[in-house]
Design a binder for this molecule. Structure first.
Ligand code: SF4
Length: 201
C-alpha cells in the first residue's frame, strides 16, 4: 500500500514562494540604497555641551565653600555687625550662608563675634567639638583675636585661638560687614586649596 507523503502538501507552490521571497528582497534592495542616519549622531553635539571635566578636589571644595553654614554662637557686640552682614544690604546668602544653624551638628563654620569670657569658654569649646567635620573658624573683631580692649582682664580669654583653632582673623572693633565679607572670601580661598589626598593621609 502506498503511503501518502504529507510533508509535500504546501499552500503555495515552491515557485510562488521563491518569487515572493525574491520580490521582498528586491524591494528591500531598492529602498536600501542610502545608509540610514546614525542614531548616535546627536551624541557628539550633546556631549560637547554637557561634559565638564574637573577634579574631585575642585568639586568637593566648591561644594564645601559654597554651603558654609554658620553656627549661632555670638557672645558680644561684634554680633551686631555680623547680623548686618546677614541682612539685605550686605547679604551673605550670596555665599549660601544665610541660614544660621541653631544646632552645631548642622554647622561647619563658627564666626566668633564677640568677647569671650573664661566662664563661657567651655560652652564655646563644646559647640566647636560638636560641629560637623570639616569645620572652620573666623575670629571676628579685636576681642576674638586678642581680648581687644579687655586684654589683661582676669575674666576674658585673650583670643579664641587659646581654645579652638582659628582659620581667618578679621580685625576691628567692631569690624564692618565689608571686612567680615573679605574674611569670608579669604576662608573660601583657603577651602579651595584643600586636597582630599592630604586629608586622608
Ligand atoms: S571687638 Fe569691639 S565690638 Fe567686637 S566684641 Fe570686642 S568690644 Fe565688642
Amino acid at each position: 500500500m502506498e503511503v501518502e507523503d504529507t510533508t509535500k502538501r504546501y499552500i503555495y507552490s515552491d515557485t510562488e514562494l521563491d518569487r515572493a521571497e525574491g520580490e521582498a528582497i528586491e524591494s528591500l534592495k531598492a529602498h536600501s540604497q542610502q545608509p540610514m542616519p546614525d542614531p548616535d549622531k546627536w551624541l557628539e553635539e550633546e556631549i560637547k555641551r554637557n561634559i565638564l571635566l574637573t577634579t574631585v578636589d575642585w568639586a568637593l571644595n566648591w561644594a564645601r565653600r559654597s554651603s558654609l553654614w554658620p553656627v549661632i554662637a555670638f557672645p558680644a557686640c561684634c554680633a551686631f555687625e555680623l547680623m548686618a552682614t546677614a541682612a539685605s544690604r550686605f547679604d551673605i546668602s550670596r555665599f549660601g550662608m544665610e541660614v544660621m544653624r541653631a544646632s552645631p551638628r548642622q554647622a561647619d563654620l563658627m564666626i566668633t563675634a564677640g568677647t569671650l569670657t573664661w566662664k563661657m569658654a567651655p560652652q564655646i569649646r563644646r559647640i566647636y567639638d560638636q560641629m560637623a567635620e570639616p569645620k572652620w573658624v573666623i575670629a571676628m573683631g579685636a576681642c576674638a583675636i586678642s581680648g581687644g580692649i579687655f586684654t589683661g582682664s582676669y575674666a576674658v580669654v585673650p583670643g579664641y585661638n587659646r581654645i579652638i583653632p582659628v582659620d581667618v582673623y578679621v580685625p576691628g572693633c567692631p569690624p564692618r560687614p565689608e571686612a567680615l565679607l573679605h574674611g569670608i572670601k579669604m576662608l573660601r580661598d583657603k577651602i579651595a586649596k584643600r586636597s582630599l589626598l592630604k586629608e586622608v593621609r
